[in-house]
Design a protein around this ligand. Structure first.
Ligand SMILES: CC(C)(COP(=O)(O)OP(=O)(O)OC[C@H]1O[C@@H](n2cnc3c(N)ncnc32)[C@H](O)[C@@H]1OP(=O)(O)O)[C@@H](O)C(=O)NCCC(=O)NCCS
Length: 227
């Protein structure tokens, strides 16, 4: 497993935090030893628009990000983590991005949006790891989809304890579940591949299941559960 710092170095990437100046004192700007550049969203409308555009390119339909949610719930309370390519003075592109919202539980953040525009580099894993370290998070909760490739990223951070189905108003509720992960927790040794419809039914029936790395089987139709 390559470290986030190695992914950044190998591909000439830069880690940037785009958010509120009010959040700045609370961020670790050398997460996992990688230097971060802070961009004040109030002074960087071009970067806010670029992030919005890439988010809309990755999440459409009922999951499309409204501008007011980006401003009120991403940029005012905290900061988005971005991996950029290119040289400092060129016009870099966003390679990957992650945002998790602060929560009332100390040390716990709510994963909201993971995206990568260049798959195959490990950029999704790297940007999530760097951003969670920047927040000094110990626990992450969030919603993800049973058949998402992101399961292979999320489970690298520890076993996903499935809390239950996503509430019906979520734009992709039928395909989604709510999980909690203690970052860096060890995986239970014994695991089994379970067809996704069976796992969904077990969760819908109130069973507490735990998804462990690699999360989603290569066929995309089975999840890997702790026995
Ligand atoms: C999910 C998504 C972010 C993955 O993009 P990505 O990270 O660039 O994809 P990659 O192919 O580089 O890596 C995915 C993999 O990261 C792994 N990974 C790669 N490098 C790694 C590293 N250095 N350390 C640990 N894990 C790593 C993951 O396990 C998985 O590997 P595998 O499938 O090869 O076994 C991307 O497909 C996406 O943006 N999807 C649309 C938006 C979306 O669905 N987001 C998630 C919502 S919850």
């Amino acid at each position: 497993m390559t470290t986030p710092a190695a992914v950044v170095a190998a591909h000439g990437l830069r880690f940037v935090a785009l958010g509120s100046a009010a959040a700045l004192p609370h961020l670790d700007l050398t997460p996992l030893g990688v230097p971060a550049t802070f961009l004040d969203a109030a002074r960087e409308p071009g970067w806010v628009e670029r992030y919005h555009a890439v988010n809309l390119a990755r999440f459409g339909g009922p999951l499309a990000l409204p501008g007011w949610v980006l401003v009120d719930l991403y940029l005012l309370p905290s900061a988005i983590g971005l991996l950029l390519d290119g040289e400092p003075h060129a016009s870099p592109n966003i390679v990957a991005a992650y945002y998790a919202a602060p929560s009332l539980e100390p040390g716990t953040v709510i994963g909201v949006s993971l995206l990568s525009l260049r798959e195959g580099l490990g950029a999704g894993y790297a940007v999530k790891a760097l951003t969670l370290a920047m927040y000094r998070a110990r626990v992450q909760r969030g919603v993800t989809q049973w058949r998402s490739r992101a399961l292979r990223v999320h489970t690298r951070f520890g076993p996903l304890e499935v809390e239950g189905p996503a509430p019906g108003v979520h734009g992709a509720a039928a395909e989604s579940f709510v999980y909690r992960v203690t970052l860096g927790a060890p995986s239970p040794g014994d695991a089994v591949a379970v067809p996704i419809p069976e796992a969904k039914a077990r969760v819908a029936g109130g069973e507490r299941v735990t998804i462990v790395s690699p999360g989603l089987a290569a066929d995309g139709e089975h999840v890997i559960l702790a026995r």
